[in-house]
Write a protein that binds this ligand. Structure first.
Ligand code: ATP
Length: 237
């Protein structure tokens, strides 16, 4: 089933067009990788889908309905560089985030308790976030993004800044989460995407140049799609 579709999505910043009228759809229950090199337009697309940025042109439909402000209830978003209040404990932060997402205090407490187990930070949830490792912070960010049980989780380069241990922890968590929700995961590293995602949207200079199953695309090119990007556009990198 089609969860979200975008038609002729375009974003121009002043005189620079970062997203050039792209069409794509996200299938319910899948993990889809949004792959592209720096500047391809990944963050721009994710911010539009999260309702944080208005597209210059184009339409988004969610579960067949035109997108409106209600869409925020169904979408969770983890930005590329999340900022955490270092003095707060994860428990305080998640309960506060739950209340901001219109859960009652009791619902927020119950959801926070369940999520810290799920993302594997239960032992530290009464400690200030300032002492957390990069991987723990990223898993806390994911818990915050899904506090309101969204149908679609948008993750902007969730493992790019992590060391191998943190990266492994986050990818293992995403493996579990994809059983519960649709995930759109941006990255510039195909191997990361491949570990958890089924499908791929390959973005280059604001255009989607390939879309489909990662396995099929691997077979088609018999190489890493990202390597292909490097070969085709050496001046970009
Ligand atoms: P990265 O991997 O570096 O985060 P990205 O694929 O997420 O890249 P975007 O952040 O969406 O790409 O940026 C796409 C293009 O739009 C880039 O050339 C960027 O410089 C430009 N851009 C992004 N935000 C703005 C802005 N607010 N004003 C002007 N140009 C912008």
């Amino acid at each position: 089933m089609n969860l979200l579709s975008a038609t002729s999505l375009k974003k121009t910043y002043k005189d620079y067009t970062a997203v050039r009228g792209v069409d794509f759809s996200l299938t319910s229950g899948k993990c889809i990788a949004l792959i592209g090199p720096n500047g391809a337009g990944k963050t721009t697309i994710l911010r539009i889908l999260a309702g944080l940025l208005k597209p210059t042109e184009g339409k988004i439909r969610f579960s067949g309905q035109p997108a409106n402000a209600d869409l925020r209830k169904f979408i969770g978003y983890l930005p590329q560089y999340p900022v955490f209040p270092s003095w707060m404990t994860a428990k305080e932060f998640l309960i506060f985030s739950g209340e901001l997402a219109y859960l009652s205090k009791k619902e927020a407490e119950e959801r926070a308790e369940k999520l810290v187990e799920e993302v594997g930070i239960k032992d530290a949830w009464n400690k200030p976030i300032g002492g957390y490792s990069g991987g723990m912070k990223q898993r806390l960010g994911i818990a915050q993004a899904i506090i309101h049980s969204p149908k679609l989780l948008l993750l902007d380069e969730p493992v790019s800044s992590l060391d191998p241990i943190g990266r492994r922890e986050v990818l293992t968590l995403l493996e579990k989460l994809k059983e519960e929700m649709t995930i759109l995961f941006s990255t510039h590293i195909l191997n990361d995407a491949e570990e958890v995602c089924d499908d791929l949207l390959l973005l280059h200079k604001g255009e989607i140049i390939e879309a489909g199953s990662i396995l099929e695309l691997r077979k088609k090119y018999q190489t890493s799609v990202i390597e292909l990007e490097f070969q085709d556009n050496p001046e970009q990198y």
